[in-house]
Design a protein around this ligand. Sequence first.
Ligand code: SF4
Length: 431
Amino acid sequence: MSDYCLTRHRTLPHIVKVSGGRSSAMMLLRMLRQKKLKASRKDVVVFNNTSAEHPATYEFVRRLKEECEQEYGIPFFWLEFQTYEDASKGEWRRFPTFRLVQDRPYSKSFRDGYKWRGEVFEEMISFHNYLPDRIKRSCTQEMKVSTTRSFLMEWLALKRATAHRGHYMNKGQITEDELARQVKYRNGHNVEEYLDRKRCLLQSEYRRPPQQFNDFSAVGVRPLEKIKKNVFAAEEAMLSPEDYADGYVSVIGIRGDEPHRVANIKARMAREETAEIIYMPLAEGGVSKADVVEFWNKKEYDLRIPYETNLTNCVYCFMKSHNTLVEISREMKKIDDSMPPELQSVKNTPSDIKWWIDIEKKYQRIREGKSERTKGGNIKVGFFGVSREDDKKAPSYRQIRLLAKRPPKKSKSIASEEELVHAQCSVCGDY
Ligand code: SF4
């Protein structure tokens, strides 16, 4: 299935990607028990927080991090996408980067905490100035793939801390006037509409100070410090994963009963030339969803999201099928009632469909429809692509909520449906 068995690969750093679902978590724990991970090889576990996960997912990943670091001594980092301001070609601009976060929630008095009210997701949309959709999943690319790669540039370069990003002024330099000037000069966008979309970005952090790895992990870089005393005296230059001479191994929790996702990964690897070597231990071992359920039934803790629901990954991810999204919205109150108060959905955050409705309304594009399908009227382009009130194949979150208020046509378990997010996305989609 893969060429991971080559002896050479066993000496390379292993990057274990945990999405917050049960499959990747089981994969991590099995590898730890089998002693397949080594801190001295620069092995590391990463969780990319989109700020749109269910509260129970955060609780689960917090326990995983604790077990991984305290019992097995392998560093486990929570990462978040963020942007920063810098000068480029004579003007101030925003650039993407990442930040390390603690496994406690963000607040104004605790800025190193993880965000969970959709702030990271909205910053990403505001940065791109368009919504992700089923064809162009800028959310996965930016908040997961690129964020992990930026992190690896610094982690694999054997630094003690991440580098400073952004200018050293004492406030953000991009103003609404400056943005309006730039957009008028460039392509004549509707200035008001453009500024509305960019306001979130202007209010986001304008720099990322250096962050010590040891402050964000109970293990951090300590094992390397012990083994190679002089390694940090060496130049602390940026190192791109592509430049990393020997490569690295990405360990991904795709199961044996997900052949479509395995095929997607293989197709991507064939397209891209990278130093990344993919290892899918669950797929190679033929581990199925039933095996995952059995594993967690025997464990002293579990993801406290009921098995028959589909709340993992971003709670109302647009890659989930329409029926599933309707069911989640319809059943959320019942699901909440079965959970302790601290794990229930929270109003006006991504565990509430209203957050998705508001974001879609704010960032959707309204264009004049010219094709026969749109019958000449205005078209809205949202998370599901072109949306019209009567188009069931491309609805909006508002329509999904309306459908959820109607009685169900027939009873159907949410988890029984084949999920788009599972079928198409090789990064998100853990069970
Ligand atoms: S889970 Fe869905 S919404 Fe979230 S990053 Fe992945 S594709 Fe995007």
